[in-house]
Design a protein around this ligand. Structure first.
Ligand code: ADP
Length: 450
């Protein structure tokens, strides 16, 4: 049963139900019909016998039927007997056995000469004196015939059922054909071809919806599979550059006698690249956490006004060497539930970018304010700006406008900003004009402490 195909299971179920209905209904209907027919014959027999008994003729000490009484046409035969069972008048059917003993007051059946009869024997009285008896007889052959026909009509249904079952099988086969298609395609997909889709052109019933859902699932699978593939190659690419630089610097230092300043130069280059690898690894670790959709930040109520001010102050020091001035407009006392290290990372990434992608003599403005519903953090710069085409891509991992720049950071800063913003109920927005500057805005819809 477990290995049986669904279409056969449905057919079996269908047949079992049909047989059960027939098996239960046929005997019931048979009994009802035969009872009705018997009751009808009994009623006719009794009413006609009693009607005749009322108009019986008694003359010369003998009982007999009135000459006008003839019930044969209605199917009832009547015979009148004397007390000593001598037939006085009337007639009984030819095949009826005349030796059947009377059973007075009873309606009963008898089989004789291949026929079935229903019989009613009735005592006749005149002035309270028993003057003889009357026998009424009807044939039950018609009743038996009707019942026989009923039985054979049931048997006649069987070929009709076989035809219906066959049509049912064809219908079930057609209905389940998408399942075969789905299985076939699923097998091809399991062989590593994630681009394959079911694309079934079928009505949107349960199977249609299933096929559509599977296609959607395959879209998502293909997307994340490709993303993983790209991520691995991007990571290797990003790591290769600083590691190659470290190896080159070390080989350079080890190749022949060097002055101490040359050794220092090699070591500081190794240190710089080592720091780059270390920064990249921490960013990758953070990215890995963002993949785990179930990461729950350890939030606590923090004065983010103070935190933002501290970060701005710290980064202002470094920006001086790049000839960038940082100013800030920070509304005081905004307290929000945040994970401090993540919130700091978000601020640093945004302000860092505003400095990195700026022009000498440029400026950066950081602002933090609140409205009755949201807290808005914005970082604006007078930098190189981002083209319209690149703008939607900047939130993708490893995206860099200038792919050739070897010293550029790996392109993980903004995806991390977006992830942290979302973890804190925030949305990211950016407007930018090429060669003019950019404005990054994070709108936190979370409740802040008043
Ligand atoms: P990266 O590590 O390269 O800074 P990000 O994810 O932080 O990566 O940024 C992705 C790209 O978006 C950057 O390479 C840069 O081209 C562009 N970008 C980000 N911030 C700015 C900005 N303030 N001004 C101009 N371009 C920016």
């Amino acid at each position: 049963m477990k290995r049986m195909k669904i279409k056969w299971k449905i057919m079996l179920c269908f047949t079992a139900m049909f047989v059960l209905i027939i098996a239960a209904s046929v005997p019931i209907r048979y009994t009802i019909i035969s009872n009705n027919l018997y009751i009808n014959a009994k009623y006719l027999l009794q009413s006609e016998a009693e009607r005749v008994a009322d108009i019986i003729v008694y003359s010369d000490g003998r009982v007999r039927l009135d000459r006008d009484v003839n019930l044969i046409a209605t199917g009832t035969y009547i015979a009148v007997y004397s007390n000593d069972s001598v037939l006085r008048s009337g007639e009984l059917p030819e095949d009826f056995d005349l030796n059947v003993k009377p059973q007075f007051g009873n309606i009963y059946t008898e089989n004789s000469n291949g026929h079935k009869w229903i019989i009613y024997d009735y005592k006749l009285f005149r002035n309270s004196e028993n003057v003889g008896w009357l026998r009424a007889v009807r044939s039950l052959d018609a009743t038996s015939e009707i019942l026989k026909n009923f039985k054979s009509s049931i048997l006649k249904i069987i070929p009709i059922y076989i035809v219906i079952a066959f049509l049912g099988l064809v219908f079930i086969r057609r209905t389940l054909s998408p399942v075969v298609e789905i299985t076939k395609t699923a097998k091809q997909i399991s062989q590593g071809n994630l681009t394959k889709r079911l694309n079934l052109d079928i009505p949107r019933d349960e199977l249609g919806t299933l096929a559509e859902t599977l296609d959607e699932m395959l879209d998502r699978l293909e997307y994340s599979f490709n993303r993983e593939k790209r991520f691995s190659s991007d990571v290797s690419h990003e790591l290769r550059t600083p590691i190659t630089a470290i190896i080159l610097s070390a080989e350079e230092a080890l190749g022949g006698d060097k002055t101490s300043s040359e050794y220092k130069e090699s070591l500081s280059s190794i240190l710089k690249e080592g720091r780059r690898v270390s920064a990249l690894i921490s960013q990758l670790l953070m990215m890995a956490r963002s993949y785990d959709g179930e990461y729950v930040p350890e939030k606590e109520a923090i004065d983010i006004s103070l935190l933002t001010k501290t970060i701005v102050d710290e980064l202002s020091e470094g920006s001086k060497s790049a000839q960038i001035s940082i100013s800030s407009v920070i509304e005081e006392g905004i307290i929000m539930d945040v994970e401090q290290t993540l919130f700091m990372r978000l601020l640093i990434n945004l302000i860092d970018n505003a400095i990195k992608y700026n022009i000498p003599g440029g400026w950066v403005k950081v602002s933090l304010r609140k409205t009755p519903d949201i807290v808005v953090l914005s970082v604006e710069d007078s930098g190189i700006g981002i083209s319209k085409d690149d703008l939607p891509k900047i939130w993708d991992r490893f995206f860099k406008v200038d792919q050739s720049s070897i010293n550029a950071s790996p392109g993980l800063g903004l995806p991390i900003v977006k992830w942290i913003a979302q973890l804190h109920g925030g949305t990211v927005h950016v407007t930018s004009v090429l060669d003019k500057g950019s404005l990054f805005e994070i709108r936190f819809k979370t409740k802040y402490h008043k």
